[in-house]
Design a binder for this molecule. Structure first.
Ligand code: SAH
Length: 354
């Protein structure tokens, strides 16, 4: 379980083999429990000082996610003893496998848009490498793993990709269960493919946990559906990181003119170049354009304009932001709860910062 409660001073008996219990032990210690850990029934029997009546018994590795009755194995007599004494028993998942890497998508930055698989991977990790688009502020609450920030810190250089690849392999080879937490989905402009390849090349098993990509979720946070019946029947996600060629502008303008939605990531700095390129390629000046900054995060802001005056109207926009171009932008604000929720988020963030 995710221990968000305080167990300060409460006697907890934790039963489970040492390796499988390594993260549960840290979770209970962090929650303040007075912990007695036994890694075998023999060690339990031999103990001289057992808590007379613990507040809680936790048993590791017998978790049955399929809803089947858990098999308590050799611990059954011990558990029966505590059960009949009325001590509550909780079950803890076994730690993650050693020497593995999980590339997990963290979604656009809010805890609610992490997947269940990502939360479980974090819970079971020994080491987490994260960057700043992932919901990194939540990590202290979601994992007991060693946290390594490989994102850009103000005034610092970003850790180069080759170094990230090297760290993943090095920690896995040292026997850790490693999670690489990335913003959005790991395979959408996230260099996740390169990280997976680096692990595979080094013989390190790697698992992919898909995430909710900002390319869909950030427009949605502003109430913009990337497709809408009779408005847009396709959407194209592009990187605006490098300036596009005239041929690429023409191709995109063609898609836009045919009713397709263009979604641009990493495009704020190059927006003037993109907008003028699309105009030159014939996309009408009154094509709606939105910039959604900090989607699903505190300070979320949507700027709606048209292709013809995009540069002037979006001059104050900054990263991270998703640009949406196409008729679907006229639907902005769909889901009236979107605005309220972002106000609530801002309020919560200001309270937390205070
Ligand atoms: N793998 C990520 C994208 C990585 S590229 C994904 O699937 O979402 C980084 C770009 O994603 C940013 O420059 C920005 O364009 C976009 N982005 C990610 N999170 C965002 C957020 N919360 N709000 C606005 N844009 C975001």
């Amino acid at each position: 379980m995710q221990l968000e409660m305080s167990l300060e001073g409460i006697a907890v008996v934790l039963l489970g083999e040492a390796d499988a219990s390594r993260q549960a032990v840290l979770r209970y210690r962090r929650a303040g429990a007075a912990l007695a850990h036994f890694d075998s029934p023999g060690a339990f029997m031999a103990a001289v000082a057992l808590p007379a009546r613990p507040g809680l018994v936790a048993v590791v590795g017998c978790l049955s996610s399929s809803g089947k009755k858990a098999d308590d194995g050799d611990w059954a007599p011990v558990l029966d003893h505590y059960r009949s004494a009325g001590v509550p028993i909780v079950r803890e998942p076994a730690a993650g496998p050693r020497g593995h890497v999980t590339l997990a998508g963290g979604g656009p930055g809010s805890r609610g848009l992490l997947t269940v698989d990502a939360v479980e991977a974090l819970r079971d990790a020994d080491v987490v490498l994260f960057d700043r688009l992932a919901p990194w502020r939540e990590l202290e609450r979601l994992t007991t793993a060693q946290l390594i920030d490989v994102g850009k810190l103000p005034g610092h250089h970003k850790v180069p990709q080759t170094e990230i690849n090297r760290l993943l392999v090095e920690h896995a080879r040292a026997g850790a269960n490693v999670v690489r937490l990335k913003g959005g989905d790991p395979f959408v402009f996230g260099r996740g493919g390169e990280e997976a390849a680096a692990c595979a090349e080094a013989g390190v098993p790697v698992r992919i946990v898909s995430g909710i990509s900002s390319s869909i979720a950030v427009p949605a946070a502003a109430g913009i559906p990337v497709t809408h019946r009779e408005v847009s029947h396709c959407f194209t996600v592009i990187s605006g990181h490098a300036p596009l060629t005239p041929a690429e502008h023409e191709h995109l303008a063609g898609l836009g003119a045919a009713g397709g939605t263009l979604v641009v990531l990493m495009g704020v700095a190059n927006l003037p170049h993109l907008a003028s390129g699309l105009r030159r390629a014939g996309l009408p000046l009154d094509t709606p354009l939105a910039v959604v900054e900090r989607g699903h995060q505190a300070g979320q802001r949507t700027t709606v304009t048209e292709l013809g005056r995009a540069e002037a109207d979006t001059a104050a926009c900054g990263n991270p932001a998703v640009i949406v171009i196409g008729e679907v932008v006229r639907l902005a604000g769909l889901g009236s709860h979107a605005a309220e929720r972002s106000e609530l988020r801002d309020l919560a963030a200001s309270l937390l910062d205070a």
